[in-house]
Design a protein. Structure first.
Length: 215
Protein backbone atom coordinates (compact mmCIF):
# COMPACT_ATOMS: atom_id res chain seq x y z
CA UNK A 1 0.00 0.00 0.00
CA UNK A 2 1.33 3.42 -0.97
CA UNK A 3 2.31 5.80 1.84
CA UNK A 4 0.38 9.05 1.83
CA UNK A 5 2.49 12.12 2.56
CA UNK A 6 0.54 14.50 4.80
CA UNK A 7 1.42 18.12 4.06
CA UNK A 8 0.65 21.37 5.86
CA UNK A 9 1.00 24.59 3.86
CA UNK A 10 1.93 27.80 5.71
CA UNK A 11 1.45 30.68 3.26
CA UNK A 12 -0.24 34.03 3.89
CA UNK A 13 -1.57 34.53 0.35
CA UNK A 14 -4.71 32.44 -0.03
CA UNK A 15 -4.46 32.16 -3.83
CA UNK A 16 -0.90 30.83 -3.64
CA UNK A 17 -1.87 28.48 -0.81
CA UNK A 18 -4.79 27.10 -2.80
CA UNK A 19 -2.66 26.79 -5.94
CA UNK A 20 -0.03 24.81 -4.06
CA UNK A 21 -2.72 22.57 -2.62
CA UNK A 22 -4.15 21.81 -6.06
CA UNK A 23 -0.70 21.07 -7.50
CA UNK A 24 0.24 18.75 -4.65
CA UNK A 25 -3.03 16.86 -4.65
CA UNK A 26 -2.65 15.99 -8.32
CA UNK A 27 -0.20 13.43 -6.94
CA UNK A 28 -1.77 10.24 -5.61
CA UNK A 29 0.73 9.97 -2.74
CA UNK A 30 0.33 13.52 -1.35
CA UNK A 31 -2.52 14.96 0.68
CA UNK A 32 -2.75 18.49 2.07
CA UNK A 33 -4.22 18.19 5.57
CA UNK A 34 -4.24 21.89 6.50
CA UNK A 35 -3.27 25.38 5.40
CA UNK A 36 -2.43 28.39 7.57
CA UNK A 37 -1.91 32.06 6.81
CA UNK A 38 0.61 33.01 9.50
CA UNK A 39 3.54 31.52 11.35
CA UNK A 40 2.02 31.56 14.82
CA UNK A 41 -1.05 29.56 13.80
CA UNK A 42 1.20 27.06 12.07
CA UNK A 43 3.14 26.57 15.30
CA UNK A 44 -0.01 26.41 17.42
CA UNK A 45 -1.69 23.82 15.17
CA UNK A 46 1.36 21.76 14.26
CA UNK A 47 0.96 19.03 16.88
CA UNK A 48 -2.76 18.70 16.11
CA UNK A 49 -2.00 17.68 12.51
CA UNK A 50 1.56 16.29 12.92
CA UNK A 51 2.22 16.51 9.18
CA UNK A 52 4.93 14.56 7.39
CA UNK A 53 6.10 17.73 5.62
CA UNK A 54 5.48 21.45 6.18
CA UNK A 55 5.74 23.87 3.28
CA UNK A 56 6.69 27.12 5.02
CA UNK A 57 6.66 30.55 3.43
CA UNK A 58 9.39 32.85 4.80
CA UNK A 59 7.43 36.14 4.70
CA UNK A 60 4.37 35.70 6.91
CA UNK A 61 2.65 37.90 9.51
CA UNK A 62 2.76 37.43 13.30
CA UNK A 63 5.72 35.03 13.07
CA UNK A 64 7.77 34.88 9.90
CA UNK A 65 8.68 31.53 8.41
CA UNK A 66 12.14 31.34 9.95
CA UNK A 67 10.76 32.10 13.43
CA UNK A 68 7.99 29.55 12.91
CA UNK A 69 10.51 26.98 11.70
CA UNK A 70 12.55 27.41 14.87
CA UNK A 71 9.48 26.98 17.08
CA UNK A 72 8.19 23.96 15.14
CA UNK A 73 11.59 22.28 15.48
CA UNK A 74 11.48 22.99 19.22
CA UNK A 75 8.10 21.21 19.39
CA UNK A 76 9.26 18.31 17.22
CA UNK A 77 12.95 17.95 16.44
CA UNK A 78 12.09 15.48 13.68
CA UNK A 79 9.81 17.94 11.87
CA UNK A 80 10.48 18.06 8.12
CA UNK A 81 10.17 21.57 6.71
CA UNK A 82 10.58 22.92 3.20
CA UNK A 83 11.03 26.69 3.03
CA UNK A 84 9.09 28.29 0.19
CA UNK A 85 10.17 31.77 -0.81
CA UNK A 86 11.01 34.41 -3.42
CA UNK A 87 14.35 35.03 -1.68
CA UNK A 88 17.41 33.86 -3.61
CA UNK A 89 19.78 35.44 -1.09
CA UNK A 90 22.41 33.17 0.43
CA UNK A 91 21.67 34.44 3.93
CA UNK A 92 18.07 33.19 3.96
CA UNK A 93 19.11 29.81 2.61
CA UNK A 94 21.88 29.34 5.16
CA UNK A 95 19.72 30.53 8.05
CA UNK A 96 16.94 28.13 7.09
CA UNK A 97 19.37 25.20 6.95
CA UNK A 98 20.93 26.27 10.26
CA UNK A 99 17.49 26.22 11.90
CA UNK A 100 16.78 22.73 10.62
CA UNK A 101 14.94 23.08 7.32
CA UNK A 102 15.48 20.12 5.01
CA UNK A 103 14.30 21.87 1.87
CA UNK A 104 14.51 25.30 0.23
CA UNK A 105 12.68 26.11 -3.00
CA UNK A 106 11.60 29.25 -4.80
CA UNK A 107 7.98 30.16 -5.45
CA UNK A 108 8.60 30.49 -9.18
CA UNK A 109 9.88 26.91 -9.40
CA UNK A 110 8.00 24.52 -11.65
CA UNK A 111 5.71 21.88 -10.20
CA UNK A 112 8.31 19.10 -10.58
CA UNK A 113 10.66 20.93 -8.19
CA UNK A 114 7.84 21.30 -5.66
CA UNK A 115 6.89 17.62 -5.84
CA UNK A 116 10.51 16.45 -5.77
CA UNK A 117 11.16 18.61 -2.70
CA UNK A 118 8.20 17.19 -0.78
CA UNK A 119 9.05 13.59 -1.62
CA UNK A 120 12.77 14.01 -0.91
CA UNK A 121 12.24 15.70 2.44
CA UNK A 122 9.63 13.09 3.39
CA UNK A 123 12.29 10.36 3.22
CA UNK A 124 14.77 12.48 5.17
CA UNK A 125 16.84 13.87 2.31
CA UNK A 126 17.86 17.50 1.97
CA UNK A 127 16.47 19.21 -1.12
CA UNK A 128 17.84 22.55 -2.31
CA UNK A 129 16.46 23.90 -5.56
CA UNK A 130 19.21 23.29 -8.14
CA UNK A 131 19.42 26.98 -9.07
CA UNK A 132 20.32 27.75 -5.44
CA UNK A 133 23.20 25.27 -5.25
CA UNK A 134 25.68 27.97 -6.29
CA UNK A 135 24.83 29.90 -3.12
CA UNK A 136 26.14 27.03 -0.99
CA UNK A 137 29.25 26.73 -3.14
CA UNK A 138 29.91 30.48 -2.82
CA UNK A 139 29.54 30.29 0.95
CA UNK A 140 31.98 27.39 1.12
CA UNK A 141 34.50 29.34 -0.94
CA UNK A 142 34.05 32.41 1.26
CA UNK A 143 34.66 30.44 4.45
CA UNK A 144 37.61 28.56 2.95
CA UNK A 145 39.26 31.78 1.76
CA UNK A 146 39.02 33.32 5.23
CA UNK A 147 38.81 36.68 3.52
CA UNK A 148 37.49 39.65 5.47
CA UNK A 149 36.62 41.55 2.30
CA UNK A 150 33.30 43.27 3.12
CA UNK A 151 31.93 42.06 -0.20
CA UNK A 152 32.21 38.54 1.16
CA UNK A 153 30.35 39.47 4.33
CA UNK A 154 27.24 40.66 2.51
CA UNK A 155 24.97 39.02 -0.02
CA UNK A 156 24.62 40.59 -3.46
CA UNK A 157 21.24 42.02 -2.50
CA UNK A 158 22.61 43.46 0.75
CA UNK A 159 25.40 45.17 -1.21
CA UNK A 160 22.76 46.70 -3.49
CA UNK A 161 20.78 47.94 -0.49
CA UNK A 162 23.91 49.31 1.17
CA UNK A 163 24.90 51.23 -1.96
CA UNK A 164 21.46 52.88 -2.14
CA UNK A 165 21.39 53.50 1.61
CA UNK A 166 24.76 55.26 1.35
CA UNK A 167 23.20 57.63 -1.19
CA UNK A 168 20.73 58.73 1.49
CA UNK A 169 17.75 56.91 0.02
CA UNK A 170 14.82 56.05 2.30
CA UNK A 171 13.54 52.49 2.71
CA UNK A 172 10.57 53.18 0.44
CA UNK A 173 12.86 54.58 -2.26
CA UNK A 174 15.19 51.59 -1.99
CA UNK A 175 12.21 49.22 -2.20
CA UNK A 176 10.94 50.95 -5.34
CA UNK A 177 14.38 50.96 -6.93
CA UNK A 178 14.97 47.24 -6.30
CA UNK A 179 11.34 46.15 -6.81
CA UNK A 180 11.08 44.59 -3.35
CA UNK A 181 8.89 45.37 -0.33
CA UNK A 182 9.80 47.87 2.38
CA UNK A 183 9.67 45.01 4.89
CA UNK A 184 12.30 43.15 2.90
CA UNK A 185 14.46 46.29 2.79
CA UNK A 186 14.20 46.60 6.60
CA UNK A 187 15.26 42.96 6.97
CA UNK A 188 18.26 43.52 4.72
CA UNK A 189 19.28 46.66 6.61
CA UNK A 190 19.06 44.87 9.96
CA UNK A 191 21.27 42.12 8.56
CA UNK A 192 23.75 44.68 7.18
CA UNK A 193 24.00 46.42 10.56
CA UNK A 194 24.63 43.11 12.30
CA UNK A 195 27.23 41.85 9.83
CA UNK A 196 29.14 45.13 9.66
CA UNK A 197 28.78 45.76 13.40
CA UNK A 198 27.34 49.25 12.90
CA UNK A 199 24.54 50.92 14.82
CA UNK A 200 22.78 53.14 12.29
CA UNK A 201 22.46 54.21 8.66
CA UNK A 202 25.15 56.87 8.95
CA UNK A 203 27.74 54.38 10.21
CA UNK A 204 26.74 51.95 7.47
CA UNK A 205 27.13 54.67 4.83
CA UNK A 206 30.56 55.65 6.18
CA UNK A 207 31.59 52.00 6.11
CA UNK A 208 30.43 51.71 2.48
CA UNK A 209 32.41 54.79 1.45
CA UNK A 210 35.59 53.73 3.29
CA UNK A 211 35.47 50.27 1.76
CA UNK A 212 34.65 51.61 -1.71
CA UNK A 213 31.29 49.85 -1.78
CA UNK A 214 29.39 53.07 -2.45
CA UNK A 215 29.48 54.34 -6.03
Amino acid sequence: MMDIIKVVIAEDHSMIREGLKQLLELESDIRVVAGFSDGQTTVDQYLDFKPDVVLMDINMPVLNGLEALEKVKALDHSAKVVMLTFHQDREYLLKALELGALGYILKDADSKVLIDAVRSVYIGQTYIQPSMANELVNEYKRIKSGSDDPRNLLTERELEVLKLLSKGMLNKEIANDLFISEKTVKNHISSIFRKLDVQDRTQAAVYAIKNKIAD
